[in-house]
Design a protein around this ligand. Structure first.
Ligand code: NAP
Length: 309
């Protein structure tokens, strides 16, 4: 990364935020991943493999899973999209996961969330072999992350850390305010930032006086899924603003209705106050997918004896 692109000059007045180009960062990572996999294949090794299990037909889940599967294939990672009906029982789902656990040629397994109400996601996370748990949801992996000695780092938090590091946003000693406490984003991100010696505040739907807390943030991360939640009045000038939220809305353009993805942050308004900002789309989303590929490579290395377990 060219420092002139990502780094803020010390003492300079904020002139509008540096826009963190997650898409470009992810492309760079995918290029390196493809090279690594290509090298393994040339050495006569098998390709890494990821299996994604989807239960039911939620359209957003189908889109996310197809992005993940396509990204794998573009990098030479073998991937399969296993579709189970919404009526599948918890026992049947766990049996399908167990079959993947026992398949020696599968390195990574994810079960796409959300699951239908009759299935307990915690029971499913216990069922995945911890060494193939590339979403870092198994309690053993979550515990290792909490201890600061992770086996896997959850994909979205790993992507956010990568973006902040590449753009040289100072983390050590910074006050990081995370809005959202999900197992997939908010909580693991807070743990990761703590391991990087940030001071962390976690907010959620019961938090009182959210703006007072967000205005104290050097790094503000919103992972809620509420368009317009974060306006410029909630941001300290010069802060880094990371927008994780993804919501599909309908907009009217030229008399036609079109679907658009938006984040939690009022992008244009916050951009004029913040020091750095991630857009939606093109910010955290592509990095999350790239980190899933990296986690799959990490699982492969551990399973093939190319890295320490
Ligand atoms: P989630 O399980 O949907 O939970 C949302 C969190 O936001 C909860 O902790 C909730 O608090 C909190 N919340 C809700 N309303 C709030 C409010 N008014 N003020 C403060 N906090 C509030 O979270 P998720 O799965 O992490 O997803 C969050 C968003 O990120 C969604 O839009 C999702 O699509 C998106 N996402 C994006 C990526 C990516 O790669 N960009 C990856 C994953 C998720 P409670 O806990 O009190 O209910």
């Amino acid at each position: 990364m060219d420092p002139a692109v990502g780094e803020k000059e010390e003492g300079s007045q904020p002139q509008g935020a540096v826009v963190i180009d997650g898409k470009a960062l992810a492309q760079g990572l995918r290029h390196k991943i493809a090279q690594t996999v290509g090298e393994w294949i040339r050495q006569g090794r098998r390709p890494p493999a990821l299996s994604v299990v989807q239960v039911g037909e939620i359209p957003a889940s189908t889109t996310y899973v197809s992005h993940k599967v396509r990204a794998c294939r573009e990098c030479g990672i073998r991937s399969e999209h296993i579709r189970l009906p919404a009526t599948v029982s918890q026992q049947e789902l766990i049996a399908a996961v167990d079959q993947l656990n026992r398949d020696p040629e599968v390195d990574g397994i994810i079960v796409q969330l959300p699951l239908p109400d009759h299935i307990d996601p915690h029971a499913v996370s216990w069922a995945i072999d911890p060494e193939k748990d590339v979403d870092c949801l198994h309690p053993e992996n979550f515990g290792l992350l909490a201890k600061g000695t992770p086996r896997f780092v959850s994909c979205t938090p790993r992507g956010i850390l990568h973006a902040l590091t590449e753009y040289r946003v100072p983390i050590e000693g910074a006050h990081v305010v995370v809005i959202g406490r999900s197992l997939i984003v908010g909580r693991p991100l807070a743990l990761l930032m703590l391991s990087r010696s940030a001071t962390v505040t976690i907010c959620h739907s019961r938090t009182r006086d959210l703006p007072t807390l967000t205005r104290q943030a050097d790094i503000l991360v919103s992972a809620v899924g509420r368009p317009g939640l974060i306006g410029p009045e909630m941001v300290r000038p010069g802060a880094a603003v990371v927008d994780v939220g993804i919501t599909q809305i309908e907009v009217e353009e030229g008399g036609r209705k079109r679907k658009r993805l938006v984040g939690d942050v009022k992008f244009e308004e916050v951009r004029s106050v913040a020091g750095w900002i991630t857009p939606v789309p093109g910010g955290v989303g592509p990095l999350t997918v790239a980190m899933l590929l990296l986690n799959t490579l990490d699982a492969y290395r551990m399973r093939e004896g190319l890295a320490k377990k």
